[in-house]
Design a protein around this ligand. Structure first.
Ligand code: IMP
Length: 428
């Protein structure tokens, strides 16, 4: 049976949690493969809202095995807080499996994330401050701490001392901060070891075995394509691969086992943090999208930057990920606009018009969106359950976006609830 990838086609916050929830009853495993508690998934079930950062959304569905893959960076304090919060609300989290190879976010990663952002001043990335970038930097520099290190105290202490040797020099001499005590960091991590041990496994072996036994595995990305460290708007990106390729490296599942790549795209665009955003609105319409769409970060509470739908960015995401299906979310938010512009191309500073992402960052920073304006519908969509239930102009809007993406739309979201969806094609 298949492995399915589910990812974001924009700058994150596309509503991936809702899409996972729609699939949840037909999947056996739900795997996070990248990022950490920088993500924020909001899921509404029976009127109850769940906001999760680190746990895969599948944890909410009885019978689904939630897995934190090797590509994730884990803040153990956050992990156990999330488990405790869900347990207190009656959710069974006992099936959770954590990769022995996943990296651990330590206190020094969080400190370094914050001080480097402060040091960058106006050039800051606008990170979530959760230590994500520094933890991945250590992974690549081969001085990271992995989950399995917690079960070998001697190795753990050695690794932390080694990592802090250099970092403390930097903290004290460059950033004018206090040095971090390696013993305190190791003691904190060791404090989690006993509780963590029963959850830890070779998740790549587990998932491949599940596929051999005809189980359905959903690989769920954090963030979005344009925040991917290789294919996003670098350097204003996160430090992991949020694209389809990352699903393989971050889980240990080979590409030939993946037979569907589902991209979630919002009917307009949002972005948190710094970086280019061609269709960003600085006017009343932007404010209106933010208010009606409740566009505030689940993780940091920051107001999201809002703008019209950018078909150039979404088409780029279709290509980078080899997308087979699109889930369009929050169409209902656009019900309050008389006219709805859609960005169909970019105009470069030299006057040329392009329909693809420009090759260089300099160009992307200076593009102007070329809009085609569609008439709005100004009717409530929340009860629509088929394309025909939508007002004609909403149908036109969806068809236009689909044509621009060049990939079939399978689901359209018309409200936050699980049932407020139009299913055009089965996702599994
Ligand atoms: P970091 O992932 O905390 O290093 O932040 C890097 C960039 O990615 C910042 O612009 C963040 O706002 C953005 N980012 C990280 N995670 C998410 C997410 O889940 N949704 C939207 N933006 C995110």
């Amino acid at each position: 049976m298949p492995a399915i990838v589910l990812l974001g086609a924009q700058w994150g916050d596309e509503g991936k949690g809702k899409a996972t929830d729609l699939l949840a009853e037909r999947i056996d495993y739900c795997v996070r493969f990248n990022g950490g508690n920088n993500a924020g998934h909001t899921i509404v079930i029976d009127g109850e809202t769940y906001a999760m950062h680190l746990l895969p959304s599948g944890v909410l569905t009885p019978g689904v095995v939630p897995v934190i893959g090797n590509g994730v960076v884990i803040d153990l304090g956050v992990l156990f807080d999330e488990i405790d919060l869900l347990t207190a609300r009656g959710i069974d989290t006992s099936r959770l499996v954590v990769s022995a190879n996943a990296h651990v976010i330590t206190a020094y990663h969080r400190v370094i994330d914050k001080v480097t952002e402060r040091f960058l001043g106006k050039a800051r990335i606008g990170t979530t401050g959760r230590g994500i970038g520094p933890a991945y930097a250590d992974k690549m520099s081969r001085v990271g701490v992995r989950v399995q290190d917690l079960f070998d105290e001697k190795i753990l202490r050695q690794k932390i001392e080694g990592a802090l040797d250099q970092k403390n020099q930097l903290l004290v001499k460059v950033y004018n901060r206090r040095a971090i005590d390696p013993t305190a960091v190791a003691d904190e991590l060791l404090g989690y070891a006993d509780r963590l041990r029963p959850m830890v496994a070779d998740t790549a072996a587990l998932l491949n075995d599940a596929l051999d036994h005809h189980k359905t595995v959903l690989l769920e990305a954090g963030q979005g394509t344009l925040l991917d460290v290789d294919h996003g708007t670098y350097p204003f990106v996160t430090s992991s691969n949020a694209t389809a390729g990352g699903a393989c490296t971050g889980s240990g599942i080979g590409p030939t086992r993946i037979d569907r790549v589902i991209a979630v795209a919002k009917a307009y665009t949002t972005r948190v943090g710094s970086g280019p955003f061609p269709t960003e609105l600085h006017d009343g319409d932007g404010e209106k999208l933010r208010r009606i769409g409740a566009e505030f970060g689940v993780t940091t509470g920051r107001p999201r930057r809002c703008g019209w739908y950018d078909a150039v960015a979404v088409r780029y995401a279709m290509r980078i990920n080899g997308v087979t299906d699109v889930v369009l979310t929050k169409l209902d938010v656009l019900s309050h606009f008389e006219r709805i512009p859609v960005c169909v191309a970019y105009r470069l500073p030299d006057g040329r018009t392009v329909e693809e992402m420009p090759m260089t960052q300099t160009e992307l920073h200076h593009v102007e969106p070329v809009y085609e304006e569609l008439p709005g519908w100004q009717e409530d969509l929340s009860a629509a359950r088929s394309l025909e239930d939508l007002p004609k102009n909403a149908q036109r809007y969806v068809e236009f976006l689909q044509e621009l993406a060049g990939v079939p739309f399978s689901v359209i979201g018309v409200g936050p609830g699980r049932d407020q969806t139009i299913q055009l094609k089965a996702l599994v």
